[in-house]
Design a protein around this ligand. Structure first.
Ligand SMILES: [Zn+2]
Length: 449
């Protein structure tokens, strides 16, 4: 058994009356799990690894499309709509193969590690070769993503996505051919060939009610039920999707998912921007998780989703960086509160503690890692450590560490990352990918050429 001891200058720890920041916290780790947490332990003892700053649970990025990172900048030129953004995205999707995706995703996940993210939910639909031809390994692209997370030192839940049609009943367009397995039975057969590893879990996804015919939603839901796996779905990000669903089926996308058994406590509805009162009730009654992606929703002018109402009704809320316009879990967290303030012109909808829970415990649970996202004995030893002495974070007393983290810190303030007891980011330097910026630059330039 390998035993490591970490000493945190400050740590955000669970407490009967809600989380509090404690000091001089000794954390013992054996075989990747926390075995003991001891606050007020005095100075860092010899043999322990000193972690200056504020130790938080590792952050979960519950919604990612790794290849969208290659679009950063390009899709911010000029104006355009969600749909013109999608055309640009399809151009990058058309040039990736398993080798180039491994290189790109390794760099993207390394960027996530530097930003404080210990687990990613990869909503993966780039399954086949351009034009729809099959690779020798039908899961070559998924395996590339799992390997990329291993190389970047983080956990991954591969949310293998069923994507069959370009609209309600329409055949896939040329760029979408590589996303499609033909039908949901073929999707299920292929996905059943993927296996979990120590750092990877396998989940399912329905791309959207646009991309999976109603009659085939049940197959995906059933696969997830039998596997006990997370099931994610893009939901009502754009009003055009709602209009088309009403025209095709006479019901909202939420109602369609509910009627086909897609909602439930293992399910995450991503975005959930444009909902009716009945939609909110259906999501809450089924304890469906809601994954908000505020920086992407902002970038794509989606609108502000009813996160506060959904949470009040009983839905756990999680956070994702989705299109990776930025990768910064602290920006996603504060956006939830700040967007709500602009929308309502009142303050105080979310506490910093609640937002850290969204990025920690609830985010991990939604990805099938219920034993991560909190600092206590028995949990996975996944830590994100923020500097409290940077130009952004200096000043507030450490007792206000949660507020400082959520409302002032940025990805650039992440000083250490520990995943399963392994020290992946040390003093701001990734220990497995030596130059993350160069890796991003090289891999993205290769796709553009
Ligand atoms: Zn998405």
């Amino acid at each position: 058994m390998s035993v490591t001891t970490y000493w945190a200058e400050h740590a955000w720890l669970p407490h009967a009356n809600g989380p509090v920041v404690e000091r001089d916290v000794l954390i013992t780790v054996a075989d990747g799990r926390i075995t003991r947490v001891a606050p007020d332990s005095g100075p860092c003892p010899p043999g322990a690894t000193r972690l200056a700053g504020l130790l938080l649970p590792g952050q979960a990025n519950a919604h990612s499309h790794a290849f969208h990172r290659a679009l950063r900048g390009s899709v911010q030129v000029g104006s355009g709509t969600f749909w013109t953004w999608r055309d640009t995205m399809y151009r990058f999707a058309g040039v990736l193969d398993p080798d180039s995706y491994l290189a790109l995703a390794t760099a993207v996940y390394a960027e996530m590690a530097l930003a404080g993210i210990t687990s990613v939910g990869e909503f993966h639909y780039l399954h086949h070769a351009p034009g729809g031809g099959r690779y020798a390994d039908p899961n070559a692209m998924g395996h590339a993503l799992i390997e990329a997370a291993a190389r970047a030192g983080i956990r991954i839940t591969l949310l293998d996505t069923c994507y069959l049609s370009s609209g309600f009943g329409a055949e896939p367009t040329t760029p979408q051919l590589r996303f499609s397995d033909g039908d949901s039975d073929a999707w299920a057969e292929r996905v059943s060939g993927l296996e979990a590893t120590e750092h990877a879990r396998i989940g399912a996804a329905v791309h959207s009610v646009r991309a999976v015919p109603a009659g085939q939603l049940g197959t995906v839901a059933q696969w997830a039920t039998e596997a006990g796996a997370p099931l994610h779905v893009h939901l009502s990000e754009q009003t055009a999707e709602n209009d088309a669903c009403l025209a095709a089926h006479g019901v909202t996308p939420t109602r369609l998912l509910a009627d086909h058994g897609v909602l439930g406590p293992r399910t995450s509805a991503v975005h959930a921007t444009h909902l009716t009162d009945e939609d909110i009730r259906l999501l809450a009654d089924s304890s469906t998780n809601i994954c908000m992606c505020p920086t992407t929703e902002r970038d794509l002018a989606d609108g502000i989703g009813p996160a506060r109402r959904l949470a009040g009704a009983g839905c756990p809320i999680t956070l994702g960086s989705d299109s990776h316009a930025v990768i910064d879990p602290f920006e996603e967290a504060r956006a939830l509160e700040l967007d709500e303030r602009l929308h309502t012109r009142t303050r105080g909808h979310w506490t910093a503690n609640a937002l850290l829970r969204a990025g920690g415990q609830d985010g991990h649970a939604s990805l099938g890692w219920p034993d991560a996202g909190r600092i206590e004995a028995g949990a996975l030893a996944d830590f994100t450590v923020l500097a409290l002495d940077s130009v952004r974070t200096a000043g507030p007393p450490p007792a206000l560490g949660a507020e400082t983290a959520v409302f002032a810190a940025s990805a650039a303030d992440v000083r250490h990352l520990v995943v399963g007891g392994r020290h992946i980011v040390k003093d701001g330097v990734h220990q497995l990918v030596p130059d993350v910026a160069a890796a991003l630059s090289t891999t993205i330039a290769a796709l553009r050429s």
